[in-house]
Design a protein around this ligand. Structure first.
Ligand code: C2E
Ligand code: CA
Length: 263
């Protein structure tokens, strides 16, 4: 076990596999809003662990530990399948279709059986959300720059079943660390999710606003949809709007919430 793992995340990780079996690993959904209209156009599924006392723990408390122990693919698979069922139920209830973002680890991409199971679940769970006739499916795969660049060639190859099926790709935490941008040229990316810390600092720092403008210009050139994370206030939203960011996510619009229904 890594020395960095805190005792809380160690306790959680010791229980994670059992929690997965017991249905105590759930998705919390956070809305994503179109800046121009204020309409909810998408949502992100975020993993939550519920301990034996019923207390809910956010992903940051256990995802890194789950990656180190190589069990994160099980969480990704669970959340993707739950989200497909949620999407299917919403369509069946006559709700306006939205995009459903799920976080995927490089670890999941190495488990071809689970990747195939997610695609099979999509085909069988929802013929209306995932019909062959519609090229663009509602499920969006979020992957971080770090995971892409650790293994760009393998990632591209293993990602192929998802992309061939018509799932779209979002780069998560864009601007959080890596300097190479070659993957923007190499992969069919649809969405850029702009790192939350940059967004949060934008109202107070001209340099940060200049960086965000640069990212927005680049995204415009590449025909990518931008999403600002950590939009926590009207003030941040105003700056994001002025820069021309397409969509926004953050506590200003709603916190991630576990729905009462099970999928
Ligand atoms: P992320 O994908 O960048 O997700 C955003 C994180 O910021 C989430 O924390 C979310 O709850 C939080 N957040 C949302 N809006 C705001 C805001 O306005 N202000 C602030 N300060 N925070 C906000 P969470 O849920 O703890 O997730 C942490 C990270 O864990 C995620 O970062 C993602 O990288 C990872 N993660 C979450 N769920 C999964 C999953 O199912 N699979 C994998 N592989 N990773 C996951
Ligand atoms: Ca994410």
């Amino acid at each position: 076990m890594a020395a960095t793992e805190s005792s809380l995340s160690q306790t959680i990780n010791d229980d994670l596999l059992i929690a997965l079996e017991d249905g105590r690993v759930r998705a919390a959904y956070q809305p994503i809003v179109e800046v121009a209209s204020g309409r909810v156009v998408a949502e992100e599924a975020l993993a939550r662990y519920i301990d034996r006392q019923g207390q809910v723990h956010p992903a940051f408390a256990f995802i890194e530990g789950a990656e180190q122990r190589e069990i994160v693919h099980r969480i990704d698979h669970r959340l993707a399948c739950d989200t497909i069922h949620r999407c299917s139920q919403q369509i069946a209830a006559g709700r306006e279709p939205i995009a459903h973002f799920v976080n995927i680890s490089a670890n999941l991409l190495r488990h071809r059986d689970l990747v195939q199971d997610i695609l099979d679940t999509a085909v069988t769970a929802c013929t209306t959300c995932f019909p062959e006739s519609i090229a663009e499916k509602p499920l969006v795969i979020e992957i971080t720059e770090r995971q892409l660049l650790d293994n760009i060639h393998e990632t591209k190859k293993i990602m192929a079943p998802f992309l061939d099926f018509g799932l779209r790709l979002a780069i998560d935490d864009f601007g959080s660390g890596y300097s190479s941008l070659l993957y923007l040229a190499d992969l069919p990316i649809t969405f850029l999710k702009i790192e939350g810390e940059l967004v949060r600092r934008a109202p107070y720092e001209a340099k940060v606003r200049a960086i965000l403008k640069g990212v927005q210009d680049l995204a415009g050139e590449l025909d990518l949809i931008t999403i600002a994370e950590f939009v926590e206030s009207e003030q941040v939203l105003d700056v994001v709007r002025e820069i021309g960011v397409d969509w926004a996510q953050g506590y200003h619009f709603g916190r991630p919430e576990i729905p009462p229904e099970r999928y």
